[in-house]
Design a protein around this ligand. Sequence first.
Ligand code: FES
Length: 104
Amino acid sequence: MKKPKHHIFVCGSFRANGAPQGVCNKKDSLQLLQYLEQELSDRGMTDVAVSSTGCLKLCDAGPAMIVYPQNWWYGRVETEGAVDEVIDALEKGQPAARYLLDGE
Ligand code: FES
C-alpha cells in the first residue's frame, strides 16, 4: 500500500462510549467529511487520505480538522464552500489561512 502524501483528520466528535456527541458532529462534520472525500476523488487527488476522529479538543472552533504532515489545524470549516477552500489551498501546497487555528 502506498502511503498518502497528506492525511486529513476530520473531527467526528466520537466519545469512548461510541456515541458521537459534541460540537463538530452537531455541525454536520461527517457530512462535510463525505463531501471532502467526494471532492478529492472528483479532483483526482488520490494521494490524500481522509479519516474521522474522536474529539480533537478544539470544540470551541468546531467543526475542526487537521492536515498532516503539515500540522495545519483548521476550525470553523462549516460549509462545503469552506471545504473547497481547504482543498484549493492544499492543491497549491498552502494552508487555507481563513480557517487556520493559530494557537487558540
Ligand atoms: S467535538 Fe470536535 S473538537 Fe471536540
